[in-house]
Design a protein around this ligand. Structure first.
Ligand code: B4P
Length: 190
C-alpha cells in the first residue's frame, strides 16, 4: 500500500507534484493547504479561523490541522493509501500522524523532499501571485512563510531521514521532468 508524504519549502512544487505522483500511484493527493483554501472560499467556521493565519503566512494551529487530517484519513479512499501534501509541518503534527497511522496499523512508505533554490522559489511564488492572486503570495508574506518553514518544518526532514524514509529529489526544472525524477526515486527506493 502506498503511503507517501511530500515536503519542501513554499513554492517547491509540492502541490504540483503531489497531483502527478498521486495519479501515478493511484492514491488520493491530500493537501492541507487546498482543504483550508476550500473552507476559506466556502466561509466555513474552519475557513474563517484558518484564514487569519494563512493570510499572514503563519501555520494554522496544530489542533485544528490535526483534527482535519484525522477526519480526511478516515475516509474510504485514504484507507487504500495516500499522498499527503504539506502535512506534517510541525513536530506535533509528525507525532499526531504517527498516532493516527499506528491506530490503523499502517505506516509511511516514503517521504519525498523537493529541493529548490531560494531564488527560484521566490520567482515561482511571485509569478503565481501575478497569475492567481493568492492572498498569501505577497512578497512580505512569502518571506514569512519561508522563515516559518526553516524554523518549524525543515528540521523534520532529519527526523524522517533517521527513520530511513527520506528521499531528496531535485525540484528544479520542468514540472514533468521533476515528476519523473520523483517516480524513479520512489521506484529505486523500493
Ligand atoms: P500550501 O498550500 O501547502 O502552500 P505552499 O507551501 O506554497 O505550497 P503549494 O503546494 O501551494 O505550492 P507549490 O510549491 O506546489 O500552504 C498554504 C498555507 O496553508 C500555509 O502557509 C499555512 O498557513 C496553511 N497550511 C497548510 N498546511 C498546513 C499545516 N500542515 N499546518 C499548518 N498550516 C498549514 O507551487 C508553487 C508555485 O510554483 C505554483 O504556482 C506552481 O505552478 C509553480 N511551480 C511548481 N513546480 C514548478 C516548476 N517545476 N517550474 C516552475 N514553476 C513551478
Amino acid at each position: 500500500m502506498t503511503r507517501l508524504l511530500i515536503m519542501g519549502p513554499p513554492g517547491a512544487g509540492k502541490g504540483t507534484q503531489a497531483e502527478l505522483v498521486a495519479k501515478h500511484f493511484g492514491v488520493p493527493a491530500i493537501s492541507t493547504g487546498d482543504i483550508f483554501r476550500a473552507n476559506v472560499s466556502e466561509q466555513t467556521p474552519l475557513g474563517l479561523e484558518a484564514k487569519r493565519y494563512m493570510d499572514a503566512g503563519d501555520y494554522v494551529p496544530d489542533e485544528i490541522t490535526n483534527n482535519m487530517v484525522r477526519d480526511r484519513l478516515a475516509e474510504a479512499d485514504a484507507r487504500q493509501g495516500f499522498l499527503l501534501d504539506g502535512y506534517p509541518r510541525t513536530l506535533a503534527q509528525v507525532e499526531f500522524l504517527d498516532s493516527v497511522l499506528a491506530a490503523q496499523q499502517a505506516s509511511l512508505e516514503h517521504v519525498i523532499e523537493l529541493v529548490v533554490d531560494e531564488d527560484e522559489i521566490v520567482a515561482r511564488l511571485l509569478k503565481r501571485a501575478a497569475e492567481e492572486g493568492r492572498t498569501d503570495d505577497t512578497e512580505e508574506v512569502i518571506r514569512n512563510r519561508m522563515h516559518v518553514y526553516q524554523e518549524q518544518t525543515a528540521p523534520l526532514t532529519a527526523l524522517y531521514a533517521e527513520r530511513g524514509l527520506l528521499i531528496r529529489v531535485d525540484g528544479m526544472g520542468q514540472v514533468d521532468d521533476v515528476a519523473i525524477r520523483v517516480e524513479n526515486a520512489i521506484a529505486a527506493a523500493g
